[in-house]
Design a protein around this ligand. Structure first.
Ligand code: GRF
Length: 202
């Protein structure tokens, strides 16, 4: 059974979907061993506590730097023996120390077809640019923001009547599907990484 850590800062809908999919058997061979938030009142953290998961707030104010914060998080994750770290709306840029501590074991979901529209407000960026298709990406995390090797992507058409909200909602539906799919592939050793290319094994 692979041990997953979830890091989040907000709503946590991706985390909740992962949790539900583990319970219902859509994701096999995995358990959520810890949920960590940098925000005490993150709805995702509160949900995790309510369903009885090991869920903790790590206060950035208790640490002098981002590195010190991440070293503390790393020590928590190492103590548990975490196999996979899933960033799920985690609004902190993680340090190189963090990436190096878990090589190819940290993944993220991003609401665009990377490398288009990295960073914040990707759905707004897509609308402003005028693309006809956008989507979402699950990728490994490296030292650069929204940059690591791409595991899965899903396309979402942009409709003439779309607002940032309607587009975000339709992308989110796809996020909920491909994040769990990617996790299931990884925890069942169905992913092979060569350079930047991710191959899915049968
Ligand atoms: C999602 O859009 C995800 O792609 C991005 O942050 C948002 C988190 O949403 N990284 P939620 O907290 O999982 O509902």
């Amino acid at each position: 059974m692979k041990k997953i850590a979830i890091l989040l800062s907000g709503r946590g809908s991706n985390f909740i979907k992962i949790y539900e999919n583990i319970r219902s058997g859509v994701i096999t061979n995995a358990e959520i061993s810890i949920v960590i938030s940098n925000k005490p009142d993150a709805p995702g953290l509160i949900y995790a506590k309510n369903v009885g998961l090991n869920a903790i707030f790590v206060n950035p104010k208790d640490f002098g730097s981002r590195i010190e914060y991440d070293l503390h998080v790393i020590s928590i994750l190492n103590e548990i023996g975490i196999d996979l770290v899933c960033l799920a709306g985690y609004m902190r840029i993680i340090t190189k120390d963090f990436v190096d501590a878990f090589p190819h074991k940290i993944i993220n979901i991003h609401p665009s077809l990377l490398p288009s529209f990295p960073g914040l407000n990707s759905q707004r960026q897509a609308l402003d640019y005028g693309v006809k298709f956008t989507g979402c990406t699950v990728h490994f995390v490296d030292e650069q923001v929204d940059h690591g090797a791409i595991i899965l992507q899903e396309v979402v058409p942009v409709l003439d009547e779309d607002t940032e909200e309607t587009l975000s909602n339709r992308i989110l539906e796809k996020e909920h599907i491909i994040y769990s799919r990617a996790i299931n592939l990884i925890v069942n050793d169905k992913i092979c990484l060569k350079g930047r290319r991710v191959y899915i094994l049968n």
